[in-house]
Design a binder for this molecule. Structure first.
Ligand code: NG1
Ligand code: ZN
Length: 539
């Protein structure tokens, strides 16, 4: 397989500047590649080559976002954007791994040749790759490495600078659809649709305290908030970059520690607060607890899913008969709290579907419904509308406020990927339309106490799972042992799976009391350590 001479020469010339770090074996995980930033030059360069090929193949625009999301500041990573604005399709993940792991320049050229041949790409050129990064100091340099890769295929890299991950996805989606796609268009579209959704309702009246995780969400929410002036949404931005990215703040910190983030000491108990992660694709709401200072009551992705489903149900039930049947599905992972799943099934009467962890699976499943709501418990998710349903709504929008509002909802909530900024507008609109405070939202159901633990093992791939990761297929005997540990625990549930983003096995347990959940998680962690090659002392 011969690679076009110009491509081979360009790869060879540029690759020397972005060598594979010694001993580094990148692996495309749950959401792209992630590692210490200093290891990633070659990975970015090679992702640039691949996303250029993806753009040529589709005669369209693709995207590369340099971010390690909620990971610590010294890490970085990459999220890759399809022409549709969605995450890279799974068939191309293999190319990403093959390219990223090529050991020498000639291996790399051979891998590029093989990709081009398999995809039937005969000539370089065509398409655009949009490249953005989050606030990590390593971002601009790694974006340049990606751009160098893009140029090897004669494709134009477009440097977009600082963006949230979902903004880049939205821009790629909109641009390929021939719609206004600039960052200012994003703000205008979201703000305009939000105003439609809340028209005629009273502002909630209190300030929303937003923890920006010291990341890109801070400047981007500030820009969006300007467009929202007059819409009755007052936002007080905290952790806007003065501290460490994702350090002692952000949605991941809140979910894990259920502690108030840094710089919230003055925020009154009961106040409406939210937190995003380093690249603003995860969202948690929370409030300072009055009786346990320093602690927060969380409104996680499950609860956001419930609120979204309620808003959808309200609007769909108000549609005129011409709208026909509308299917609504809620997609969750095994990490969804059992109380949330029960509430959705029993009280909202919506279908609940469980997929493996990773938004790519949830996103795909959400396409099975006219309206597919998906949220991971960690706050990553969105609401997808199928095209045919949107077309029906457009026909009805002139005569039906509910149809117009559903259309507005499809604009407020990012149709490309989970988006914390658009999620904030969704939650705010849903609460405001019901004139609800956090109390009513909290009262929907009570979370079952849960506990997550990590176990380090020599090789986490010895653990394989089935049934959307709820059961362990190997090592033999582990699932039977977990079943035995769960059986006596009232409302007990537990599962284990290898992480796709960290070199650990994750353990999840829930039960009817915190003590029981902690004990069950501890017991299951011990089983994993004993039966799957635990490293270091037993948990
Ligand atoms: P892993 O490390 O595969 O569990 C974590 C999250 C996912 C997802 C990815 C990508 C949990 C338990 N897992 O994946 O939900 O968000 O990171 O960021 O929260
Ligand atoms: Zn993120």
């Amino acid at each position: 397989m011969a690679v076009p001479t110009s491509v081979g020469a360009a790869v060879e010339a540029a690759s020397a500047r972005y060598p594979l770090a010694k001993g580094f074996r990148p692996s495309y995980g749950t959401a792209g590649f992630r590692a210490l930033a200093e290891l990633l030059d070659s990975t970015m360069f090679r992702c640039g080559i691949m996303m250029a090929a993806r753009a040529i193949k589709a005669s369209a625009i693709t995207g590369i976002c340099i971010t390690a999301s909620h990971n610590p500041a010294p890490d970085n990573g990459v999220k890759l954007v399809e022409p549709s604005g969605e995450m890279l399709c799974q068939e191309w993940e293999t190319y990403a791994n093959d390219l990223a792991n090529a050991q020498t320049d000639s291996d790399l050229i051979a891998q590029v040749a093989s990709l081009l041949a398999r995809e039937g790409i005969a000539a370089p050129g065509g398409g655009i790759v949009m490249i953005a990064h989050d606030t990590r100091p390593s971002g601009p340099h790694l974006a340049e490495a990606a751009a160098a890769g893009v140029r090897c295929l004669g494709v134009e890299p477009q440097m977009c600078g600082l963006l949230t991950t979902p903004q880049l996805h939205w821009m790629v989606m909109s641009r390929n659809r021939g719609q206004p796609w600039a960052e200012a268009d994003y703000c205008a579209a979201l703000a305009g649709a939000y105003q439609q959704l809340v028209a005629g309702t009273q502002p909630l009246g209190q300030t929303l305290y937003m923890d920006c995780a010291n990341g890109v969400g801070a400047p981007k929410m500030a820009a969006l908030a300007q467009q929202l002036a007059g819409a009755g949404l007052a936002v007080d931005l905290r952790n806007t970059g003065e501290g460490v990215l994702n350090g002692g703040c952000g949605s991941d910190f809140l979910q894990k520690d259920r502690q108030l983030p840094a710089n919230y000491a003055d925020v009154p108990a009961g106040a409406r607060c939210c937190a995003v992660d380093g690249d603003s694709d995860r969202l948690m709401y929370f409030t300072p607890l009055a009786d346990t200072p320093g602690k927060a009551l969380l409104f996680d992705g499950d609860r956001i899913a419930c609120l979204s489903a309620m808003l959808l149900r309200d609007l769909i039930s108000a549609l005129p008969p011409g709208a026909g049947d509308v299917s609504v599905g809620i997609i969750q992972t095994a990490y969804a709290n059992g109380a949330a799943s029960a509430y959705i099934r029993d009280n909202l009467g919506c279908a609940v579907e469980v997929t493996p962890t990773g938004v790519k699976y949830l996103h795909e499943a959400a396409h099975h419904y006219d309206c597919g709501v998906y949220f991971e418990a960690n706050g990553h998710g969105t609401v997808l509308f199928v095209k045919d349903f949107l077309a029906r709504l457009e026909q009805l929008a002139g005569e039906s406020r509910a149809a117009a509002d559903l259309l507005a909802l499809s604009v407020v909530i990012n149709q490309a990927v989970g988006d914390a900024l658009s999620g904030i507008l969704l939650v705010e609109a849903a609460l405001r339309r019901r004139a609800w405070g956090l109390d009513q939202w909290a009262a929907l159901y009570t979370d079952l106490p849960s506990r997550q633990l990590k176990v380090t093992v020599a090789d986490r791939t010895v653990i394989t799972t089935t049934d959307a990761e709820t059961r362990c297929a190997s090592p033999a005997g582990l699932q039977a042992a977990i079943d035995a540990a769960v059986a006596p625990v009232p409302r007990g549930r537990a599962f284990v799976r290898p992480s796709g983003t960290e070199d650990v096995v994750r353990v999840y347990a829930e039960a009817d009391s915190q003590e029981a959940a902690d004990a069950l998680a501890g017991a299951v962690a011990k089983l994993v350590h004993a039966q799957a090659g635990g490293v270091g002392p037993a948990p």
